[in-house]
Write a new protein. Structure first.
Length: 410
């Protein structure tokens, strides 16, 4: 059966219910909450009630959250308070190129003040344009010129920014059956294929990063690598011994380059692969050090700040298994222990205690992590099907106190 020609247009209700640990993007499905909350419910923005946040970004002025449309708030809150005294964080709809009736097919920022958005027609999925703005949406530039027909028969799935380049993961409809996927990059003038091996792929590129020398990407099947030493980006499947690959029990779900330029890849079957000194190693993330069928790893982010008595830096790694209530693990990867010292999110340094963790992140699939450019604000975008719970939370690091504030509803 042919895949939906524009999978990003699946309604939020379906998006939240579908099991996405097996989907093209390794997004997460939502299971039944396992906790009766004892903490006073947090008060956040109605926009993020019973929804799914799929991308997060920032520029010099605002933070941005992408659902079917994009919402933004100033980095500095307006100072108003809710009924329980919590400072309100007012999120507003972002018009893209003057339009408010659009579907966000992708959103990313470059870390230097530019926001990129792929805007598509809400009903058909036809691409309106891939836009950039350097002034928080006051003015937009369409990067697709009139003569560039790269996406004339394609649908954009997501955007990435790595190194100095914007990347676009897209797919075209294959009349014979399954869709075909490709990865492109913007060379400053037009969009180019990121190597001949990056066209006609059976699965969508779901993560991409840069380690200072090479670009790394992955789909659920394999890892790709390439550089731009010739002035042209040319990526191809990684052939290093031990490279992560899918098998009957394994799908690849997350890729991240840490502050030491090590490449980490997570898998659906509980393993964390790490590439350093031109070699791959792999370990189970479960607390026992051996494979656990109840843990399914997903997206990754790194935090470099925390209490002085805690091991840093550490990776936050999403758990995509409903059996163990989703959420995430904290992994201080510099730990030399023979067993990975994975810390459940409830006992980590970000959540603000088990009670806060249980009433915010636990029980919800993690779609995306995002840490601010100054490394002091951490966001987690979730899927929530509960009308009393939110899909976006943040935790802020205080240098004065030397700790994270704990998850707070946006």
């Amino acid at each position: 059966m042919r895949k939906n020609k524009f999978p990003s247009l699946i309604t939020l209700g379906i998006l939240i219910v579908l099991s996405a640990t097996l989907s093209l993007s390794c997004n997460n499905s939502f299971g039944v909450f396992h906790e009766i909350q004892t903490e006073k419910p947090q008060e956040g923005t109605d926009t993020f009630v019973k929804g799914s946040v799929k991308a997060l970004a920032e520029d010099d002025t605002n933070y941005y959250a992408a659902m079917s449309k994009i919402f933004y708030r100033p980095k500095h809150t307006d100072g108003s308070s809710s009924t329980d005294g919590t400072v309100l964080k007012t999120w507003k709809l972002l018009k893209v190129n003057g339009e408010s009736d659009y579907f966000c097919s992708g959103m990313v920022s470059d870390g230097a003040g530019t926001l990129y958005v792929a805007s598509s027609a809400k009903d058909s999925g036809i691409l309106n344009g891939i836009y950039s703005t350097i002034d928080a949406g006051a003015n937009w530039t369409n990067l697709i010129t009139g003569s560039d027909d790269t996406f004339s028969n394609s649908y954009v799935d997501t955007l990435f920014f790595a190194g100095d380049h914007l990347f676009v993961s897209a797919h075209s409809i294959n009349p014979a059956g399954d869709d075909l996927y490709a990865l492109y990059y913007y060379d400053g003038t037009s969009f180019k294929l990121a190597g001949s091996a990056m066209a006609g792929l059976p699965y969508c590129i779901t993560d991409l990063a840069y380690d200072g020398s090479n670009y790394w990407a992955m789909n659920k099947e394999k890892v790709f690598v390439g550089d731009d030493s010739t002035g042209v980006i040319a990526m191809a499947p990684d052939t290093t011994s031990g490279t992560p690959q899918a098998n009957a029990d394994r799908l690849l779900c997350g890729l991240f380059v840490d502050s030491s330029n090590r490449i980490h890849v997570t898998t659906y079957d509980d393993y964390l692969f790490t590439y350093v000194s031109n070699a791959w190693t792999s370990r189970s993330i479960s607390e026992s050090g051996s494979h656990s069928s109840s843990i399914r790893l997903g997206k990754i982010i790194e935090i470099t700040k925390g209490p002085s008595d805690k091991k840093l830096p550490r990776l936050l790694i999403a758990n995509t298994s409903s059996t163990t209530s989703y959420g995430y693990y904290e992994y201080p990867y510099e730990d030399s222990s023979t067993t990975i010292q994975a810390v459940a999110g409830a006992n980590g340094i970000v959540a603000g205690g088990s009670s806060t963790y249980n009433s915010t992140v636990r029980g919800k699939p993690v779609n995306v992590f995002y840490v601010s450019q100054d490394k002091t604000v951490l966001f987690v975008g979730l899927s929530s099907n509960d009308s009393s719970s939110y899909s976006l939370y943040s935790s802020t690091y205080s240098s004065a106190e030397g700790k994270w504030s704990g998850w707070s509803a946006e």
